[in-house]
Design a protein around this ligand. Structure first.
Ligand code: GCB
Length: 604
């Protein structure tokens, strides 16, 4: 029996079925597969199904017509109806909508191919890592299926040790961004469904046994203890020594890995300079596993709540935030460090110490940039509006996305909030769904705060109430409201009072209204900068009166693409609630918010 289990495990690692996520990819021994790839647009999935609609990749010997075989006619007589090498080219990473004008509105299947050489030495292992593909990816190397992944904003990897050759490897990925009701997110969102391989593609070379993942943070409730785990992939008990060093803190901890391949540790630490917006201190951390070193830069800070206060390193803080979508100046998916700095520098200029990265996990570059710049982060998964709360597969999908996000980002001090959902309609099924996500999050990482952007009611009596039952499971009560845009009169702002039954910190996770940059008029004329400016002035008056208020993240930093926003001459496919236009010009409301934050900063 034991033998059989070992065999199964071996087979699964050889054929790339075991797919534990590898973390801290930027600091490993890697080769980038970014660059120019060939692509074939395949709306009928001709490269995937035979003419009687059988899936080629379920056939014992898939036909040469299967695109993942990357087949070329052997002679002039042979019929082959595709050719990657003669097909068009595109930059990867990058969405197809913003790179190819004909594909601006395309939702469906596109195949991508990259050829590469790789000389893998004996006793080494190789993995292919995708930062994100939106939405569904079928991945093949040299005609062999590595696996299928669903979820457009989280990383995944496959082992390719036994498949890779020194020359002429072909990596083929079928990407399908068709929307489905049961997916996460569901069919209806207020953002562009950018399709493609939208983040870095990386080969990771490792030893036979290596550090796969680790959690190194302050222990919850103890700012003098660094605790967590280190997990070894393919643990070999003959090599069980591990050293964890943080030279600046004079920490050189030696441990022994347990039979399960995991080291759990607690290390006392003195004189830590705690990470905070005004002191984004990151320490070099070195994990040495039998002479193989993996480095990272990690900050240490505590984040907790006490009654209606948020405490960072034991001191009350106010979250001066802004919401951000992951978009670049070309109206495409952002993914580079440069894209990240463009967005985060604007947030800094606005006076922020915090950003809400909406509505899905953003790329690792922006998280690492926020860590260095001292911006606290709210990270969320796309459980948005009406996902199928009664569907167990939908739940599984959401949980997998959450797991991947936490695995990738749990060592970043900047992340202070994991958010479970946005504006989900209340029902028993939804309450259970979110409660399960909360429990799952706590089981993976109990060092951060948990929230969700909730909906509220405003009555004719001038009171708004925040009583969503799900609030009992959350550390922070966050809610979105759109006074003066989707309802309510701005003139009444000072007469609206909010109440909540929870004695917990409250965050206004969204408010705002659209303005077309450069369009001017009276303060009661929709779409003008003056309307948006007045909306901010009045909303802020109301917000000042919210009990337990601990922060806000207005909607939104920059105008962003949305197929739902169709008003000609004004929206033209953009949600215009940005404080900055998509071409980078600040609107009047930007300065209202900037002044308010400058004032707020003095109070804390
Ligand atoms: C919301 C959503 C956000 C939308 C925004 C809007 O409440 O959370 O995704 O983009 O309103 O502009 O309507």
């Amino acid at each position: 029996m034991k033998k059989l289990i070992t065999l199964v495990l071996l087979a699964s690692s050889i054929f790339g079925v075991a797919q534990n996520l590898i973390s801290n990819v930027p600091n490993r021994n890697t080769t980038s597969l970014n660059g120019v790839w060939n692509y074939i647009v395949d709306p009928y999935e001709t490269g995937y199904y035979s003419f009687h609609h059988d899936e080629y990749d379920k056939q014992a010997k898939p036909s040469n017509s299967a695109f993942f075989n990357n087949y070329h006619a052997a002679n002039k007589q042979e019929l082959v109806e595709y050719d990657f090498d003669k097909s068009a080219q595109i930059n990867i990473p990058g969405d197809w909508n913003s790179q190819v004008p004909e594909l601006k509105y395309y939702e469906g299947n596109v195949w991508f191919k990259k050829s590469f050489n790789y000389d893998l030495q004996a006793k080494k292992r190789l993995f292919v890592y995708f930062g994100a593909i939106n939405y569904k990816a079928d991945v093949y190397l040299n005609g062999k299926k590595l696996g299928r992944h669903e979820g457009g904003f989280t990383p995944f990897n496959y082992e390719i040790t036994s498949i890779v050759k020194p020359k002429d490897n072909y990596l083929v990925v079928k990407v399908d961004n068709t929307r489905h009701k049961e997916d996460v997110p569901t069919i209806n969102t207020d953002w562009w469904n950018y399709g493609g391989i939208t983040r870095d593609v990386t080969l990771i070379e490792e030893n036979e046994s290596f550090v796969e993942d680790y959690h190194i943070q302050l222990k919850k409730g103890n700012t003098a203890l660094i605790s967590g785990f280190v997990k070894i992939n393919n643990f070999n008990s003959a090599q069980n020594n591990i050293t964890l060093s943080i030279p600046e803190l004079k920490i050189h901890y030696k441990g022994k890995i347990g039979a399960d391949g995991i080291l759990n540790f607690e290390i006392p630490a003195k004189k830590i300079s705690y990470w905070a917006p005004e002191n984004p201190k990151l320490y070099e951390v070195i994990i040495d596993y039998n002479g193989q070193q993996l480095k990272d830069t990690i900050g240490f800070r505590s984040i907790e709540t006490q009654g209606d206060k948020i405490l960072l390193n034991g001191k009350p803080i106010f979250l001066r935030g802004i919401s951000i979508h992951e978009e670049n100046e070309k109206g495409g998916r952002a993914h580079t460090e440069e894209d990240a700095l463009r967005l985060l520098n604007w947030a800094k200029e606005l006076g922020c110490n915090y950003v809400r990265l909406a509505h899905y996990p953003h790329n690792e570059n922006i998280i690492r940039a926020a860590d260095k710049m001292g911006l606290m982060v709210w990270e969320e998964i796309p459980v948005y509006w009406t996902v199928e709360f009664t569907n167990t597969n939908t739940y599984k999908n959401a949980e997998e996305q959450l797991t991947a996000a936490i695995t990738r980002d749990k060592n970043r001090a900047c992340i202070i909030i994991w958010s479970m959902a946005n504006e989900t309609p209340i029902s028993d099924a939804r309450n259970t769904f979110i409660k399960n996500l909360v429990d799952h999050t706590k089981s993976l990482d109990n060092t951060r705060l948990i929230s969700a952007a909730l909906l509220t009611q405003t009555g004719a009596d001038g009171f708004g109430t925040i009583n969503d039952e799900i609030g009992q499971y959350l550390d922070l009560i966050s809610f979105n409201q759109y006074l003066g845009w989707y309802g309510g009169k701005l003139e009444n702002a000072e007469k609206i009072f909010w109440k909540t039954k929870y004695n917990k910190p409250v965050i206004v996770s969204e408010f705002g209204g659209d303005a077309k940059q450069g369009l001017h008029g009276e303060k009661n004329e929709r779409w003008t900068e003056e309307y948006q400016e007045y909306l901010y002035i009045q909303n802020l008056k109301m917000i000042e009166n919210i009990p337990h208020l601990s922060g806000l993240s207005p909607w939104i930093l920059v105008d962003f693409r949305s197929p739902k926003r169709l008003l000609p001459g004004i929206q033209d496919g953009y949600n215009r609630k940005g404080l900055i236009s998509n071409d980078g010009n600040k609107k009047k409301a930007f300065y209202i918010m900037q002044n308010w934050y400058a004032k707020k900063k003095k109070e804390y």
